[in-house]
Design a protein around this ligand. Structure first.
Ligand SMILES: [Ca+2]
Ligand SMILES: [Ca+2]
Length: 264
């Protein structure tokens, strides 16, 4: 590498700081998280290979403590490693789904994720105010136990007040399947009426809890999250007062002409 290349690489490093969130940097372009490379080894603000960025992801409701944005959570419940799915120890896993690779997995227990939350922080890095988000994701469920558990979706502007999305409510079945295998459920909806200013964050959340029946709990794997930001062009093209005056004058003239034409 020559000197010019080294300087260029340094400038690139300075220009693109470490990620603070899942970044939307272009209106109308989908950003996808498929957990490629995630091996269930925890969360860190400077993630090592196999970890998730804690600036982007937060898991709470585990007996090992509450995760935090920007914190380091790389042991115990936060880092249960990779598994095919049939586990019993509570916590966060990389569940390797046949055909879909790693997912962000959760095994709820009496002390873990009942209730608990997985929260994704998104950053509007466009120059526009985003008025709508198209959100899609796959939720894989391994129904191998007797209990039914919830895994519901909501969103927030401030990470304090969350709005539930009816179409994002789901639960695993109670009675276990005879031959349990991962079943994929695709969710897709448009969140509208938003007001995400440029450089502001937005939050998507999946909340788990016990639903019905008793016994051990099923496993969940979140995957293939797609987010597209939209700016409401209509709100930026409100006519100026001068335009409204010209429009009113035009309508008045048209009315006069029709009136005169009606008299002849
Ligand atoms: Ca995946
Ligand atoms: Ca079940």
């Amino acid at each position: 590498m020559n000197k010019t290349s080294i300087v260029f690489a340094m400038l690139l490093f300075l220009y693109f700081p470490s990620s603070q969130a899942l970044v939307i940097n272009s209106v109308g372009d989908e950003v996808i998280e498929d957990f490629s490379g995630f091996s269930g080894t925890g969360f860190s603000p400077s993630p090592l290979s196999g970890q998730l960025d804690s600036n982007t992801w937060r898991v709470t409701g585990l007996s090992g403590g509450a995760g935090s944005f920007g914190g380091t959570h790389d042991t115990g419940d936060f880092a249960r490693g990779s598994a095919s799915g049939s586990v019993s120890t509570g916590g966060v896993y990389s569940f390797d789904l046949a055909g879909s690779g790693p997912s962000l997995g959760v095994q709820p227990t009496g002390g873990d994720f009942t209730a608990g939350e997985v929260t994704l922080r998104i950053l509007n890095d466009t120059a526009m105010t985003l008025n709508a988000l198209s959100v899609s994701y796959d939720l894989f469920i391994l129904n191998d136990q007797l209990r039914s558990s919830l895994f519901n979706f909501s969103y927030s502007h401030d990470d304090l007040i969350y709005t539930d999305v009816l179409a994002g409510e789901t639960s695993s079945a109670g009675v276990a399947d005879d031959s349990p295998s991962w079943e994929g459920n695709n969710f897709a909806f448009m969140l509208s009426g938003l007001n995400i200013l440029s450089s502001e964050s937005f939050y998507l959340r999946w909340a788990g809890d016990d639903n019905s029946a008793t016994g051990s709990r099923d496993q969940f794997g979140l995957d293939n999250i797609g987010v597209t930001g939209f700016a409401d062009m209509a709100s930026t093209s409100v006519p100026e007062p001068e335009s409204l005056f010209l429009m009113a004058a035009g309508l008045l003239m048209l009315g006069c002409r029709r009136f005169m034409a009606g008299r002849t």
